[in-house]
Write a protein that binds this ligand. Structure first.
Ligand SMILES: *[C@@H]1O[C@H](CO)[C@@H](O)[C@H](O)[C@H]1NC(C)=O
Ligand SMILES: *[C@@H]1O[C@H](CO)[C@@H](O)[C@H](O)[C@H]1NC(C)=O
Ligand SMILES: *[C@@H]1O[C@H](CO)[C@@H](O)[C@H](O)[C@H]1NC(C)=O
Ligand SMILES: *[C@@H]1O[C@H](CO)[C@@H](O)[C@H](O)[C@H]1NC(C)=O
Ligand SMILES: *[C@@H]1O[C@H](CO)[C@@H](O)[C@H](O)[C@H]1NC(C)=O
Ligand SMILES: *[C@@H]1O[C@H](CO)[C@@H](O)[C@H](O)[C@H]1NC(C)=O
Ligand SMILES: *[C@@H]1O[C@H](CO)[C@@H](O)[C@H](O)[C@H]1NC(C)=O
Ligand SMILES: *[C@@H]1O[C@H](CO)[C@@H](O)[C@H](O)[C@H]1NC(C)=O
Ligand SMILES: *[C@@H]1O[C@H](CO)[C@@H](O)[C@H](O)[C@H]1NC(C)=O
Ligand SMILES: *[C@@H]1O[C@H](CO)[C@@H](O)[C@H](O)[C@H]1NC(C)=O
Ligand SMILES: *[C@@H]1O[C@H](CO)[C@@H](O)[C@H](O)[C@H]1NC(C)=O
Length: 594
């Protein structure tokens, strides 16, 4: 139905464009809706590549989510398809498993194209290391000659830029410069080095600009236009004071003069639904019109934004010799006219906001939008194993989704697979076969997962009337091992570090004895602040029961955004088991944009 309406809307907007042409009016403009990449797609960087059929490509940050650095492509800036993941092999960046703390991992990535090669430049940050530790940052470049293939992305060339938000700029003479930022508490300001791509050797650091004086100058990108080097940066931190500012200089090493109209983009000190807007990148379309992408959050009335930092688009007017003028970001936008195009057909993944009904047919593979927290354990996720066609077999992990300390990789992994939440309103459900659960605290379930210390889980967990499943902290495997007395419970619980936040609705109820071994678990966003969790036996929609609800505010933390997925764990107890998931349904039901 939603798609049907979209088509009508598209048809009507085509009609509108025809009418405008017919009238010979000047208003050859497009309308579009933000965010263009909804859900956890922060720190966007985008390019326009005429050599590749006039296609736009964007990269976004992935932190400890793997596969990482998703690459999206579009020909009209409206329909975006996930075409590859630039990080898809653990050996590319083993640090994703060794870095501790949820704010670690792949920070902002910049994508560029030059002479037939796509470049992604980024840094893996070990955010638990001291701010002044020289091994806190692992900066690297990977390349591809086919962005529609994850396998085409190279292993990294590492270079010792001891900072983050690294971004490449090639000057007219071919010299490669990398601006980035050091840990700003230690050495403030935007730093730049030269880089030799053959050897990975960098030149001396030059502190080229400190921005306008707000905190955390970071996210630099350099553009050359009308004999000026323009330096676009983010300032104010990635929270409510976030903004994009710009400076320019006739010499790449500076000094950079600040735009008198800074900031060029911010929603700070407004009550706009789109908040924390900043960290932008600029590019031109086929008609040489300028656009910017930036990150933003859609902040609910209670301050929540569990989907995290999303990618927004805004038109930019940049006249010769003048400063660029960005249009303020909102949900409903007008922009430069672009010819309507069919969605990209190439690439490995789906349109970013598509709904799915996955039946795991034999011989099929999991699409690249399915992700794990850190590296998956090989063999723990098998599509249609022998004897269980049309299922996804999960092998349980010892560790639950939090793990021992909530900040480290678990030695034997954390069995979890999910997709980004990309709609304000959605339903997500899967069917679990629980006949294989036999030990106390054996658990399968669905989760809204932001990181190891921020997730709400609805599980089916074994306990006995004398030793029911624990409601809060796990206290070790139970001594009651008489499996004949174990019965399934439905347990809604979660974990958060959001200050003063109290989980409102811990629920633990025995599963009705008449329910079978095939259970549907469902999460839905029924309003813009809360998730509702429900369960029911398969094949009887009427019997779905709401088990409880939980607010997105407890998941509003850090740098990542909500993933919706499934997990299987023995919660520290003995008794690894396999479980079978089927009918994975994610239905997008709408976006709230103002
Ligand atoms: C078309 O969009 C551009 C970029 O936002 C804007 O500068 C221009 O005023 C718009 N034109 C009309 C007629 O709305
Ligand atoms: C880093 O900072 C800490 C605390 O200020 C200090 O003790 C340490 O010597 C510093 N290390 C380096 C490598 O500068
Ligand atoms: C990287 O550079 C820093 C100085 O910025 C230096 O302290 C460190 O030893 C270098 N690391 C390597 C591996 O060369
Ligand atoms: C940036 O700030 C530092 C410390 O406040 C100062 O030493 C440096 O000169 C400034 N850099 C520029 C380019 O203004
Ligand atoms: C840019 O500034 C640097 C440092 O002051 C200087 O060495 C260089 O000659 C300047 N380049 C140009 C093109 O003016
Ligand atoms: C854009 O936003 C800025 C900052 O909130 C505000 O000062 C300015 O008036 C806005 N411009 C328009 C055209 O609404
Ligand atoms: C927002 O308001 C704060 C507090 O008054 C001020 O420090 C900051 O500069 C303002 N930010 C912007 C982008 O206007
Ligand atoms: C898992 O398998 C892949 C591909 O076969 C391999 O590259 C990777 O090293 C394996 N990982 C582990 C932890 O064994
Ligand atoms: C998961 O297990 C750990 C210990 O292994 C425990 O501290 C934590 O409370 C458990 N709970 C959740 C919700 O993950
Ligand atoms: C396990 O429970 C059953 C049923 O309550 C009981 O008959 C049996 O003796 C128990 N076995 C052990 C080892 O406790
Ligand atoms: C959303 O739903 C929850 C649970 O029913 C309710 O407590 C909350 O007030 C609702 N929020 C809004 C904004 O309607």
């Amino acid at each position: 139905m939603l798609f049907f309406l979209n088509h009508i809307a598209m048809f009507l907007s085509l009609l509108a464009i025809e009418v405008v042409f017919a009238l010979g009016a000047l208003a050859h403009n497009s309308t579009f809706q933000n965010p263009i990449l909804p859900g956890f797609h922060p720190d966007p960087s985008c390019i326009f590549v005429p050599d590749w059929d006039d296609t736009f490509f964007c990269a976004s940050s992935s932190f400890l989510v793997f596969p990482g650095i998703p690459i999206h492509a579009s020909r009209d800036l409206i329909d975006w398809r996930l075409v590859s993941n630039a990080l898809s092999r653990p050996e590319q960046e083993p640090g994703i498993n060794t870095a501790k703390r949820a704010t670690s991992g792949i920070w902002a990535s910049t994508i560029r194209y030059r002479d037939g090669i796509f470049y992604v430049v980024t840094s893996l940050v070990y955010d638990d290391y001291p701010k002044n530790a020289s091994n806190r940052f692992d900066s690297f470049i990977i390349t591809s000659t086919n962005p529609y293939s994850s396998a085409s992305w190279s292993n990294p060339l590492h270079f010792n830029f001891t900072g983050y938000d690294t971004s490449p700029f090639w000057d007219d003479d071919g010299q490669l410069y990398i601006p980035g930022t050091h840990a700003w508490e230690i050495t403030p300001g935007i730093q730049m080095v030269t880089l030799d791509l053959d050897t990975g050797t960098i030149g001396p650091y030059i502190n080229i600009w400190n921005g306008t004086g707000a905190s955390s100058p970071e996210g630099p990108h350099i553009y050359k236009k009308d004999n000026y080097y323009y330096l676009l940066i983010a300032e104010g931190g990635t929270g409510s004071r976030h903004m994009a500012t710009i400076g320019r200089s006739k010499n790449i090493t500076g000094p950079y003069e600040s735009n008198p109209h800074n900031p060029v983009l911010t929603n700070a000190n407004t009550t706009h639904y789109f908040q924390n807007t900043g960290h932008a990148d600029l590019f031109q379309d086929a008609d040489d019109n300028w656009w910017a992408v930036a990150l933003s959050v859609r902040q609910g009335p209670d301050g929540s934004y569990p989907m995290g930092r999303e990618t927004i688009l805004t038109p930019v007017t940049w006249n010769e010799g003048e400063w660029p003028v960005f249009t303020n970001a909102s949900g409903h936008m007008n922009g430069w006219y672009l010819d309507p195009e069919d969605p990209i057909e190439e690439g490995e993944g789906s349109l970013v906001d598509s709904s799915v009904h996955l039946t795991f047919p034999p011989g099929s593979k999991l699409a690249p939008e399915f992700v794990h927290w850190r590296f998956p354990v090989n063999g723990s996720y098998v599509v249609s194993p022998a004897g269980y066609p049309n299922t996804l077999q999960l092998t349980s992990s010892l560790s639950n989704l939090t793990g021992a300390d909530g900040r480290s990789a678990e030695p034997e992994g954390q069995t979890f697979i999910g997709r980004r939440q990309v709609h304000s309103f959605f339903t997500f459900s899967t069917i679990f076969d629980i006949s294989t659960l036999h030990s106390q605290e054996a658990e399968v379930g669905v989760t809204v997962f932001v990181d190891q210390l921020h997730h709400w889980d609805l599980g089916i967990v074994l306990g006995s009337p004398s030793t029911p499943p624990v409601t809060t902290g796990y206290s070790g495997p139970s001594t009651s091992t008489n499996s004949t007395t174990l019965v399934p419970y439905l347990r809604l619980r979660g974990i958060t570090t959001v200050p003063n936040f109290i989980f409102p609705d811990i629920a633990i109820v025995p599963m009705p004895a008449v329910w079978s071994n095939k259970i549907t678990l469902e999460i839905r966003a029924s309003n813009i602040t809360h998730y509702t969790f429900s369960a029911g036996p398969v094949g009887s929609q009427g019997q779905m029961q709401d088990i409880g609800f939980a607010p997105g505010l407890g998941l509003t933390w850090g740098f990542t955004g909500a993933l919706l997925g499934v997990y299987a764990t023995s919660n520290g107890g003995a008794g690894e088991f396999k479980t079978y998931v089927s009918d994975w349904i994610y239905n997008g039901l709408g976006q709230v944009v103002d």
